[in-house]
Design a binder for this molecule. Structure first.
Ligand code: PBG
Length: 339
């Protein structure tokens, strides 16, 4: 017979559970926290005065017109979010194979940036630099006439001009997301040459050819309408490669990037951690549309708790070594941090 009335204590010097027994002690020993200061809210914007349009594959995300964008920025700012990343949805009538509208003086996106900056001078504006919102084929650059592949140097040339237009409109940070070779150095030169020495470059340094960008492509309308997803493997990184990611981040650092980014985030925690160990620059990570959609979908099915899964996903990204996180959850997280 086992006497269950008395169990003599195990002879243990270390009882890690002592540090977990109450909420207060757990808070005291907590190693990582997500703070509103760390977060960048990506926002989709469109021209005109039409009502905000929901993005089907991204619950609670909408394409905003200028007026609703300004209201959203006021709201975010009140919640303590200090940076937004803007992505334009360009009307398909304005798209062409070369993405010429990107450099058009009358591109409404420049006016919109200017308006946000004027009304909210303290809100940091991150502007994506790539041609995919503007090209009718949805690739991030212009295509080589013979190979059909994205032409590197020609694309860089266009992106340099686009970057100065964005800086001139009021973007504080330009974020090349195109993965062309040599674009960080070329953009830095062009910005400096045009007098924008204080415009920062957030380099999408290690951007993988991921299946998780699908909902984003719906949101900006860069899908071509064909069933098969766009293949960007000649410029975005192979998901199998960690060393190559370190090469890319080193090149971007050497060419003058102010902040290095890894993208996607949750599936690439090892890359975040390796990049963190290899640089003294701030490291950011982009929790992409597919990561967001996945958590929402499971929560909708009643399979995951939305807020808990959201918070855990972001904490993991911080723990891996990201200082900064771009996430569609930024607003909700800031809201819940406020209590
Ligand atoms: C475009 C760009 C993409 C994303 C950010 N900038 C899509 C792509 O490369 O096809 C993805 C963001 C997301 O999925 O949330 N260069």
């Amino acid at each position: 017979m086992i006497n269950s009335a008395y169990t003599p204590p195990l002879d243990l010097i270390r009882r890690p559970r002592r540090n977990r027994q109450t909420a207060a002690i757990r808070a005291l020993v907590r190693e990582n926290r997500v703070h509103a200061d760390d977060l960048i809210q990506p926002l989709f914007v469109k021209d005109g005065v039409g009502a905000p349009e929901p993005v089907g594959s991204m619950p609670d995300v909408q394409r905003l017109n200028v007026r609703s964008l300004l209201a959203e920025v006021a709201h975010l700012s009140a919640l303590g979010i200090r940076a937004i990343a803007l992505f334009p949805q360009i009307d398909s009538a304005l798209k062409d194979p070369r993405g010429k509208y990107a450099l058009a003086k009358k591109n409404w996106f420049f006016g919109l940036i200017h308006q946000v900056k004027t009304e909210f001078p303290d809100m940091l504006i991150v502007a994506d630099v790539a041609l995919d919102p503007y090209t009718d084929h949805g690739h991030d650059g212009v295509l080589d006439a013979t190979t059909g592949d994205v032409a590197n140097d020609e694309t860089v040339h266009v992106l340099c001009q686009y970057s100065t237009h964005l800086a001139e409109a009021g973007a504080d940070i330009v974020a090349p997301s195109d993965m062309m070779d040599g674009r960080i150095g070329a953009i830095r030169d062009e910005l400096d040459h045009e007098g924008f020495t204080q415009t920062s470059i957030l380099a999408y340094a290690a951007k993988f050819a991921s299946a998780y960008y699908g909902p984003f492509r719906d949101a900006v309308g860069s899908t071509t309408g064909s069933k098969s997803p766009l293949d960007k493997r000649t410029y975005q990184l192979d998901p199998a490669n960690l060393r190559e990611a370190l090469l890319e981040t080193r090149l971007d650092e050497d060419q003058g990037a102010d902040i290095l980014m890894i993208k996607p985030a949750g599936l690439y925690l090892d890359v975040i951690s390796a990049v963190r160990a290899s640089t003294t620059l701030p490291v950011s990570a982009y929790q992409v549309s597919g990561e967001y959609a996945q958590i929402h979908a499971a929560a909708r099915a009643g399979w995951l708790d939305l807020a808990k899964a959201r918070d855990e996903s972001l904490l993991a990204i911080k723990r891996a070594g990201a200082d900064i996180i771009l996430t569609y959850f930024a607003r909700d997280v800031a809201q819940s941090l406020k209590g």
